[in-house]
Design a protein around this ligand. Structure first.
Ligand SMILES: Cc1ncc(COP(=O)(O)O)c(C=O)c1O
Length: 394
């Protein structure tokens, strides 16, 4: 049996996806296919390294050393052909905390920040919670393909005197891996108008079909100077509960400004076990990752094939990266509230509400395919059977 077909029960582990699902969906029967972590065990090398560290028995204050930075550095070079300097790295417990820190450090109250919608829900809250002005650049969705409306992007930046752009690459939830050309256009516009870029690249390692993930900061020296890149091994290796991530900032002034914000909030350390896991994952996890990518591609192909051959009412938006599929359910002809209730009560699957990603997500749902095939098959069958019942004349 492959390590990716093994079903490991997560119930009773305080798992958000499994244990909290019961409270959220108010139904024990609902199969959770929502929050973005995986139902796979982490790489054996990570588990071993953690066991070894736990056996030591002392968990006092711990600090990251140069070795960890070397490992991050060579991972980025090897996987993304991105050459960075170790001093550009700053640690953070997570990408969301980093987003909050950066927004506070680089903008003032009422400053405008632009995002491309529909997008990961915390992008909205990190702007609104700090009294900044939210500016939306909705993605185009034409012939089941998402792309960027560059004219609108530049217009909105000019009109609102935008200070910061939060980019999501690969994009959650629409699954686009932005091309060099698209990134270059976004970068050119931002450079023209003095807009700094926060690039959330947490899904960077989860890229399909031999595509390349291009860190926007790697485009040129000028762009690198304006970008803070947020990365982490937590999505890639299923370590989200260990809370260990990092920022890459070439611009010294920008880096010190953000670092000061972290210091002022008392955040200047990494979780001991998170550090151990990051080191093991980056130094020994590559083979596991290659196998994971094949598993995810197979799950994706299965879900697309199954939906498209058995119902015309749900279209799976083609995904280029991330293990999150964006389901266009508008042909079911349900209101968005009815759609959510249909998935939960009739199909008995726990999906992410498309509407939580923004107005453009009405009529869409997000499904997580990072689970053993058996669970994915079970979930997809539940949806198809419920759709078929819905379509039968009463
Ligand atoms: C785009 C994106 N950014 C950030 C996060 C969360 O990052 P963290 O757990 O490091 O705060 C997620 C998790 O789903 C995500 O999809």
């Amino acid at each position: 049996m492959s390590r990716f077909s093994k079903i490991t029960s997560r119930k009773g582990t305080r798992s958000v996806k499994w244990d909290y699902a019961e409270e959220l969906y108010q139904d024990k029967e609902v199969l959770p296919m929502w929050v973005a972590d995986m139902d796979f065990e982490a790489p054996e090398a990570v588990i071993k390294a953690l066991q070894h560290r736990v056996e030591h028995g002392i968990f006092g204050y711990t600090m990251p050393d140069d070795l960890l930075k070397d490992q991050i550095n060579s991972w980025l070079k090897k996987r993304h052909d991105w050459e960075i300097e170790n001093e550009w790295i700053t640690y953070s417990p997570g990408v969301i905390p980093s987003l909050h820190m950066i927004v506070q450090a680089l903008t003032e109250k009422d400053d405008s920040i632009i995002i491309q919608t529909p997008v990961y829900p915390p992008f909205y809250s990190v702007i609104k919670d700090h009294g900044r002005k939210l500016v939306e650049n909705p993605l185009n969705y034409i012939d089941e393909y998402y792309s960027i409306n560059f004219e609108d992007f530049e217009e909105k930046i000019k009109k609102n005197n935008v200070k910061l752009f939060i980019l999501c690459n690969p994009h959650n939830p629409v699954g686009r891996v932005w091309t060099k050309d698209e990134l270059q256009k976004m970068s050119d516009i931002c450079l023209r108008h003095g807009v700094k870029i926060i690039s959330d690249e947490i899904h960077a390692d989860l890229i399909f079909d031999q595509r390349a993930h291009i860190p926007i900061a790697s485009l040129s020296k000028e762009t690198n100077d304006q970008v803070i890149t947020l990365m982490s091994p937590t999505k890639t290796f299923n370590l989200a509960g260990l809370q260990a991530s990092y920022l890459v900032t070439a611009n010294e002034e920008l880096r010190q400004t953000v670092k000061k914000q972290f210091d002022n909030q008392g955040i200047f350390m990494l979780n001991t076990l998170g550090m151990t896991a990051m080191e093991a994952a980056y130094s020994e996890g590559e083979e596991w990752l290659e196998e994971l990518l094949q598993t995810l591609e197979a799950n994706r192909d299965y879900v697309v094939e199954k939906f498209h051959s058995e119902t015309s009412s749900i279209r799976v938006v083609p995904t280029e990266g991330t293990y999150l599929l964006w389901l266009d359910c508008r042909a079911l002809n349900l209101t968005h509230t009815e759609l959510k209730s249909f998935m939960q009560k009739q199909a008995k699957v726990g999906l992410n509400d498309g509407g939580s990603f923004g107005e453009e997500g009405q009529g869409f749902m997000r499904i997580n395919i990072a689970a053993p095939h058996e669970l994915i098959e079970n979930g997809v069958n539940r949806i198809i059977e419920a759709v078929q019942k819905l379509k039968l004349p009463s």
